[in-house]
Write a protein that binds this ligand. Structure first.
Ligand SMILES: Cc1ncc(COP(=O)(O)O)c(C=O)c1O
Length: 385
């Protein structure tokens, strides 16, 4: 089948670029003596997870129970829910997963510890949990410098029946915020990477110094990761502790946001939205308005710092050249609004590829990924959750 046989909008995954991205991240993990546990929320694809595991990933990270269930059903044997799991219904689903997979999850509050402990103890089982730490993102997690709270929570987990404290986990989402004043993009990525690594090592050392039960540098897991904060990742050691695991997600596809952050090149972007031109109008100024059938339900409205457009329109998908003039300036649900100052060479019925700003959200809007080699569709993978 050729891509022209697909109905649009459709998601295309360039097999060679995907493969290169997977190999590169696996090599980075290996060189740094850290395990790779990719975040599956980016692709939600059991077939793609298999490519990751075949290359050396030790298991998968997920954000939701449906993702965990889809990967477990496809045979992924080790799944980490990097999300504070609360509520009886979710605990029941977690427990059911342990029949076929090794499962762990995160906690970051005393209430979360108490509730999970009560459920798992009543069920007569014990599960590994990781204490979530906030290294500057400001979302969930104990602030990395809140020593007393961290020690109290670590002790609460260690004492809680039904829970084993396996380690600490963070996601340096601040790497997506871009540079501070006067900072280069590369330095911003280095800073976020250092904050993520060094703050987690400090937390581990402080827990060990406080004499918390079960904090042994040989077994204690320190799990970090976001695609941008891992761009310049180099492992380090403090009092015997090292980063044991990295959990990037977006790196499989990359996207216009990663290119904007300078965490990837356009040539590293494996995912594009295949779309048809449905209408074309010329403004009195000569600018052409081109409308495509990929609106916010596919391209999504996400933007990174300083970005003024919705995705990058490709002029040449083989060599990943951006179109010099075409810009998606607006989106409605089913329409992408493109401006082409000076006029467009493409017309109604022609097809284009757009690299989306945020691949993870784009994938979550669709139910299939078409793996392509040039213009040929070589496989179609389900987006399973
Ligand atoms: C907890 C957690 N870990 C890992 C990741 C992966 O980050 P990225 O997609 O930047 O690689 C995310 C992304 O949202 C996350 O929330």
């Amino acid at each position: 089948m050729l891509i022209d046989d697909l109905s649009t909008p459709a998601l295309l995954v360039d097999a060679d670029r995907l493969s290169r991205n997977l190999d590169r991240m696996q090599a980075k993990a290996d060189e740094n003596d850290a395990a790779l546990r990719p975040h599956g929320k980016t692709h939600k694809s059991p077939a793609l997870a298999r490519w990751q595991i075949d290359r050396g990933a030790i298991g998968l990270t997920v954000a939701t129970l449906p993702e965990a269930e889809a990967f477990a059903e496809a045979g992924v044997g080790d799944i980490r829910v990097a999300y504070p799991v609360v509520g009886r219904e979710r605990y029941e689903r977690l427990l059911a997963l342990t029949e076929t997979a090794t499962v762990s999850f995160t906690v970051d509050t005393e209430a979360g510890v108490r509730q999970a402990s009560r459920f798992l103890d009543d069920a007569g089982t014990t599960m590994d949990v990781l204490l979530e730490v906030d290294v500057g993102h400001g979302r969930c997690g104990v602030p990395w410098d809140a020593d007393e709270e961290t020690i109290r929570l670590a002790e609460a987990i260690a004492d809680a029946p039904g829970l084993d404290l396996a380690g600490i986990l963070t996601h340096a989402g601040q790497a997506y915020h871009g540079p501070h004043d006067g900072e280069s993009k590369a330095d911003a990525l280095r800073r976020a990477g250092r904050e993520e690594r060094d703050r987690m090592l400090e937390v581990a050392v402080r827990l060990a110094e406080a004499g918390c039960e079960g904090i042994d540098a040989d077994t204690f897991e320190i799990s970090i990761g976001s695609t941008p904060s891992l761009t310049h990742f180099e492992n380090a050691e403090r009092a015997g502790f090292r980063i044991t695991e990295i959990r990037p997600g977006n790196y499989v596809f990359n996207d216009a946001m990663q290119v904007n952050l300078k965490s990837a090149e356009l040539d590293d972007c494996a995912l594009s939205v295949y779309t048809s031109v449905v209408s074309k109008r010329r403004d009195p100024s000569g600018t052409e308005r081109v409308y495509v059938d990929a609106g916010k339900k596919v391209v999504t409205t996400d933007q990174g710092p300083g970005m003024d457009r919705y995705g990058t329109v490709l002029y040449n998908a083989r060599y990943m050249r951006a179109h010099p003039h075409a810009v998606v300036t607006d989106l409605s649900e089913e329409h992408g609004w493109m401006r082409v100052p000076g006029g467009a060479t493409f017309g109604v019925g022609d097809r284009l590829r757009i690299v989306p700003n945020h691949a993870c959200v784009t994938v979550a809007t669709q139910n299939a990924l078409h793996v392509v080699d040039g213009d040929e569709v070589v496989e179609t993978w389900d987006v399973a959750a």
